[in-house]
Design a protein around this ligand. Structure first.
Ligand code: ADP
Ligand code: MG
Length: 701
């Protein structure tokens, strides 16, 4: 692409007619600065004849789009002022009602203009009405005439965004028409011709034009596929390069010896490894023997036995004269790993140290010293492991447990503590395959798809908190049988103080009341590390019958004699969190129970979550439902995942396309290095703008 053209597409939108300086400022807020940005500001949906309902055919509770002329509008005063607009479409009238920002709406409309109104139909007496509808002006598109033609009208941001951007759909259509007219010829193809042919993709220029002003449905569909493909392709390309930069650019360690100590460890285990564990260990061993650095994810449902797999890998590192480090997201979990692993290693004479935040100075210094001198062969801890003060003598294997709790940066942080160490990350949050291809697209994935034998599914029910006493009586019965139980209270950051207080008060109430004769412990994140350790080991030893805890218990904790869990305010928890929590029971051979206690009223989503948990123990099924409820954004956005935002592609719905894009991207990455020369083409720059930062951010070395 010539530089003259590149400049053109990168012209500020300010110079388009009807935009100007002020609007340009506001458009910047939605990420539109250049003409190119504008062309990639896609319609959120489309309107065509087949989508429109006649007012006389409306039915209550349906979500519809109606097109008609504004017959009347005005503010109605009363107990609550409201803005009312009446729409007439030739078959009847429909009232649209807004309760907020009444004056704002009052200035917005004109009589007789044509609007498309969308929303859920309600009823007021004999009249239909829609509360706070989404609307679009379509007068520019020929108004009523458009009903008789087959035209498809693009609708841009929703009415809410209107205030922010200062342009409504009609405004967007106007500037886009102009922008396409002046600049469409500068859009050049970015994908190689053979790829376009293989995937039967529309060329880029036609795709951009048709996504805004589609000639017909079929072309629109193809345009959208092309643009989705681009997003997914570049995303996967980024991952492909990230992976390559880890594998090829630098030479890793060859762990050639697999010898006596590893074999001795496996033989000394109190159980036989499952076939799935063995398979994953083989995959790890092949990676470790190889001279390119390992970057592998172990995915396995709660309780599938990931820790011991990690331990075997650590042993292989030790056997080759290297140190291994295991990083866990919480102190409780780090401590538990430390004690559990120390026990398993007892017969093997391995020096292992713990490094967490709350340690006494003397203990900490001894640990740091041992790590630096190489005396410590295995180091277990929290993110304390990646602090500056920590120096490893010869870190050869870095393992991150419950990796979804960490960001990419922390993974890299541990990695950087060694010279291209092998890296193993573990997660118990099962995610649908398409998402793992993307979230973990730069890793090789091993799945432990089998639980150790003898596990019984956890019987799960959800109940209203009116049934609390019945449930607690059941808990007492189990305790009388020599089993142990957890009671979990929610604790979220936003209401931490109140939550903590509730947990403590409830603990006191249970202790004084129903469980007077039992030994009952309290565990929460605000306790000192020594105190937590104390409570956990008392519980583990069986001296405590009941553990009242906040969600600090969520990850990893492993006490097989605990068979009952009661989750209070279960309606406040997310699905993966409940699944993780529940995974604290059902870890031995006895039947286990989980009671989800909900406080009414609960939302429809909460009900779905509770019903899902009650219906299945399968982490993957739970993940699918979660994805449906929350959308993929959650998996990416909040978790510092280092993923760019997708505008048009949908990781859930566009699975098939994702797989194709991934194949093409990984193929291309094998040979072509030029494509990363980002400043070559402006459109490429546009795509990569998002991706490049993420790429650089997580690149190692
Ligand atoms: P997770 O995958 O959730 O991290 P853990 O590694 O904590 O699971 O293992 C859960 C429990 O299963 C532990 O008590 C562990 O000792 C036990 N376990 C692991 N592997 C096996 C096996 N092959 N047979 C029986 N028990 C096992
Ligand atoms: Mg674990």
């Amino acid at each position: 692409m010539s530089s003259a053209n590149s400049k053109n597409l990168l012209t500020s939108v300010q110079f388009l007619k009807g935009i100007g300086e002020k609007r340009a400022e506001r458009l910047k807020e939605v990420g539109v600065e250049t003409v190119l940005d504008l062309l990639y500001y896609f319609p959120r949906r489309y309107l065509d004849r087949s989508h429109i309902t006649r007012i006389k055919d409306l039915r209550e509770d349906e979500t519809v789009t109606v097109v008609g002329k504004v017959q009347f509008f005005g503010v109605k005063h009363g107990k609550k002022s409201r803005f009312v607009l009446v729409l007439f479409d030739g078959t009847g009238t429909l009232s649209c009602i807004w309760f907020h920002r009444v004056q704002f709406w009052a200035k917005l409309f004109e009589r007789n203009e044509t609007l498309a109104i969308s929303g859920k139909v309600g009823r007021f007496g004999r009249d239909f009405q829609i509360l706070h509808p989404d609307f679009d002006r379509i007068s520019d598109a020929g108004g009523q005439e458009f009903l008789n033609t087959g035209r498809i009208i693009p609708l841009y941001p929703s009415s809410e965004a209107l205030g922010k951007v200062g342009l409504d759909s009609r405004g967007f259509r106007r500037v886009l028409k102009q922008a396409l007219h002046a600049y469409a010829d500068n859009i050049e193809e970015t994908l190689p011709q053979p790829l376009l042919e293989r995937q039967e993709l529309l060329d880029l220029k036609s795709a951009v034009m048709n996504v805004h002003f589609p000639e017909e449905r079929r072309v629109l569909a193809r345009a959208r596929i092309r643009l989705k493909f681009d997003e997914l392709f570049y995303l996967e390309l980024m991952l492909a390069y990230r992976k390559r930069s880890m594998e090829v650019a630098r030479k890793g360690i060859e762990f050639l010896k697999v010898g006596d100590r590893t074999r001795a460890l496996i033989e000394s285990l109190p159980y036989e490894l499952t076939a799935a564990q063995k398979k994953v260990i083989r995959e790890i061993r092949d990676d470790m023997k190889d001279d390119s650095p390992m970057n592998r994810l172990i995915q396995g449902d709660v309780g599938s036995g990931k820790t011991v797999v990690a331990l075997v890998a650590m042993m292989m590192a030790l056997e080759n004269g290297y140190q291994a480090a295991l990083m866990a997201p919480t102190e409780i979990l780090a401590e538990q790993h430390y004690f559990g692993i120390r026990e398993l290693l007892e017969p093997l004479n391995v020096k292992i140290v713990l490094l967490v935040g709350g340690q006494r100075k003397k203990v900490r210094e001894a640990a740091l010293q041992a790590i630096q001198s190489g005396e410590a062969e295995i180091v277990i801890g929290t993110h304390a492991l990646i602090q500056e003060a920590v120096e490893y003598q010869r870190l050869g294997l870095a393992i991150i447990d419950e990796q979804h709790r960490f960001g990419v940066m922390q993974r890299v942080g541990l990695q950087k503590k060694g010279q291209t160490p092998d890296v193993l990350v573990m997660t118990a949050t099962p995610i649908p395959r398409t998402l793992s291809l993307t979230l973990y697209g730069d890793l090789d994935v091993s799945t432990i798809d089998e639980l150790p034998p003898g596990r019984k599914p956890i019987k799960t029910v959800w109940r209203s908190n009116k049934k609390r006493n019945e449930i607690y009586r059941f808990v007492k019965e189990r305790i009388a049988q020599g089993e142990q139980a957890y009671v979990i209270f929610p604790l979220i950051e936003e209401s931490e103080k109140v939550d903590l207080q509730a947990a403590v008060e409830n603990y006191e109430a249970l202790k004084q009341g129903l469980f007077k004769e039992c030994n009952i412990g309290l565990l929460h994140g605000r306790m000192k590390s020594g105190e937590k350790e104390q409570v956990m080991s008392e519980f583990k030893a069986g001296n405590l019958h009941l553990m009242v805890s906040t969600t600090v218990i969520e990850v990893g904790v492993n006490i097989p004699n605990a068979t009952v869990m009661v989750v209070e305010n279960a309606e406040r928890f997310g699905l993966p969190q409940l699944h993780q929590l529940r995974g604290r029971v059902g870890r031995g051979s006895k039947a286990s129970y989980c009671f989800l206690v909900a406080k009414y009223p609960i939302s429809q989503d909460a009900r779905t979550r509770l019903e899902t948990l009650s219906a299945t123990n399968d982490g993957f099924k739970i993940a699918e439902v979660d994805l449906r409820l929350r959308g993929p954004g959650e998996f990416f956005g909040t978790k510092q995942s280092g993923m760019p935002e997708l505008r048009i592609a949908d990781l859930v719905k566009d699975t098939a396309l994702l797989l194709k894009a991934r194949d093409e991207a990984f193929d291309l990455a094998k040979g072509d290095h030029e494509i990363l020369d980002l400043d070559n083409a402006s459109v490429r720059v546009h795509f990569f703008k998002n991706y490049r930062d993420k790429f650089e951010l997580s690149r190692v070395g």
